[in-house]
Design a binder for this molecule. Structure first.
Ligand SMILES: Cc1cc2nc3c(=O)[nH]c(=O)nc-3n(C[C@H](O)[C@H](O)[C@H](O)COP(=O)(O)OP(=O)(O)OC[C@H]3O[C@@H](n4cnc5c(N)ncnc54)[C@H](O)[C@@H]3O)c2cc1C
Length: 499
């Protein structure tokens, strides 16, 4: 029989990067959180090596920007596409310049190190309790709370916790997804790849940039990760004997053109089957899914974990607003409607890019190479960072529902340091003074910070976008832009949904 029943705002199942980010964001908001993780330590196999500028900004919101920067390097060198004859067909340049989020656009890192930083971050929050070696075994929903049953993997003892909401950040096999009964929609790519991570032990002449080897005999990718870490991703072919493939002798043979065993140590090698799926329901009343639990992408764009971190950021402020009574439960329905279209577009793009990189038909490969060499590459830009329908003004889709940039302010701070994890209303004193008392109350109720003497960089943004004011959500997405006082009254309605 269960020992006792504790009560929490949120139970998070799974302490991978998605669950750890969500726990940090909820902890920073002062929420009481129980995190269940069935493993004793951080998942040791090599996985993500890239995240983007928006993701660093989310870590910044969790108070971990400097800690994450200390274990990452900006991706300034770009990517080269090389054909089967070893000729460089195309170079996608990187940039050292800061992007819109107040940092570089891309970073490289080692996933276990990032997860360690996120876990350490949780120790700052007395309201966040982490239970390692504890496995979720059941979840039930009631009118006032969800009841979670979990089991210690040491003692076998079952325990029960109650929570207003439960978020399954429990990875590809997600028991919470199974409890919700959501099916997975397959977007068409399923392909095994061998991932080989090595640590250089002496200087080796290897490129600082990423290389896509578009060799139809064996497509491969080489990445300079961070520090002395290097990765080779090697497509598994139908005739390969998978057991033989991962034998150390064979592994070194496959990377012999770049590195020898006396120059580096093999850290990990594993075969992953890259998948492309999206769950068809991310919420059932008190239960939610986030991260790999509700979407999995082939890693050709380096965006799988990034998508999970964006889920955490989208969901965290909404859960906090509803738990604090600042918004009605209906706000939580906008989580899936906002996030799913973007994540689906990303996966579809990764599938298209994967199909180009994975070409093994010599004729098709020659046609692709000719396009690359003629400067007509079928390389796609990432889909715009635009939310699906939700908690923002749909009238100006070129601005609302997109991230607001993060300029450095005149006093040297980054914008988000001034705003904190709150919504914001930014405009001139004159425009903000023209709103109705009801709108002012709404700003107060949603705990938005009001900036009526915008810094030069914010004024520049308003001018460039012909706006007299802009409203931001706590996750830094634009709620709407106002071109008059009346407009500001109207778009303020989108600040919170209900009550
Ligand atoms: C080869 C490869 C390369 C990749 N490269 C990139 C990249 O460059 N950039 C990028 O953004 N992404 C990349 N990804 C994807 C990225 O690694 C994943 O998207 C990310 O790890 C998913 O995080 P998550 O927290 O959602 O799930 P997970 O990391 O899978 O965590 C889920 C956690 O839930 C726990 N759990 C499961 N069931 C239970 C239960 N019943 N009770 C308690 N706990 C439970 C698990 O133990 C696990 O710790 C790559 C993936 C691979 C395989």
């Amino acid at each position: 029989m269960p020992e006792h029943t504790d009560a929490y705002d949120v139970v998070i199942v799974g302490l991978g990067p998605t669950g750890a980010t969500l726990a940090n964001l909820l902890g920073a908001a002062g929420r009481s959180v129980l995190v269940l993780e069935k493993e004793a330590g951080i998942f040791p196999l090599p996985r993500a090596i890239h995240f983007d500028g928006e993701v660093l900004r989310i870590f910044q919101a969790a108070g971990l920007r400097e800690q994450v920067l200390a274990i990452s390097r900006p991706g300034v060198q770009g990517m080269h596409f090389v054909n089967g004859a070893g000729e460089t067909m195309l170079i996608r340049g990187g940039t050292a310049a800061n992007g819109p989020h107040g940092c570089a656009n891309n970073y490289y890192f080692h996933q276990p190190q990032l997860e360690a930083v996120l876990r350490e971050g949780l120790s700052r929050f007395p309201g966040v309790k982490v239970q390692l070696r504890h496995e979720l075994v059941g979840v039930e929903q009631g009118d006032a709370a969800a009841t979670v049953t979990y089991r210690s993997m040491e003692s076998g003892q079952a325990e029960v916790a109650r929570a207003r909401y439960v978020v399954g950040c429990d990875g590809a096999r997600s028991p919470v997804r199974q409890a919700i009964g959501s099916g997975l929609v397959d977007l068409g790519l399923r392909q095994p790849w061998l991932v080989f991570d090595a640590v250089l032990e002496q200087p080796v002449d290897l490129p600082a940039y990423t290389v896509q080897y578009c060799d139809p005999r064996r497509p491969m990718t080489y990445c300079n990760v961070v520090g002395q870490r290097r990765r080779w991703e090697i497509m598994v072919l139908p005739d390969d004997d998978r057991e033989a493939l991962v034998q150390p002798d064979n592994l070194w043979k496959m990377v012999a053109a770049w590195v020898r065993p006396d120059q580096a140590s093999l850290e990990r090698a594993a075969i992953y089957t890259f998948q492309s799926v999206v769950a068809d329901g991310w919420r059932d009343r008190r239960l939610f899914l986030a991260g790999d639990a509700c979407h999995q992408t082939p890693p050709f764009l380096g965006q799988g974990m990034c998508a999970g971190i964006r889920d955490a950021s989208n969901l965290a402020w909404k859960l906090d607003a509803v738990l604090a009574g600042r918004a009605s439960d209906a706000l939580l329905d906008t989580y899936e409607s906002e996030r799913k279209p973007h994540v689906r577009a990303l996966i579809e793009l990764a599938v298209r890019l994967g199909n180009i990189i994975q070409t093994t038909d010599p004729q098709l490969a020659a046609e692709r190479d000719a396009k690359f060499q003629a400067g007509r590459p079928e390389i796609f830009e990432l889909p715009p960072q635009l939310l699906g329908a939700g908690a923002f003004d749909p009238a100006v889709p070129e601005l609302a529902g997109r991230p607001f940039p993060q300029p450095r302010l005149d006093d040297g701070r980054l914008l988000d340091e001034l705003l904190g994890r709150r919504g914001a209303v930014i405009g001139s004193q004159q425009v903000l003074a023209a709103v109705s008392p009801a709108t002012r109350q709404l700003w107060q109720r949603s705990a938005a910070v009001v900036i009526d003497q915008p810094d030069a960089s914010l004024q520049d943004w308003l001018r460039a976008n012909e706006a007299s004011a802009v409203i931001l959500r706590p996750d830094r997405y634009i709620v709407g832009v106002a071109r008059s006082g009346a407009d500001l009254d109207r778009i303020s309605q989108f600040l919170s949904v209900g009550p």
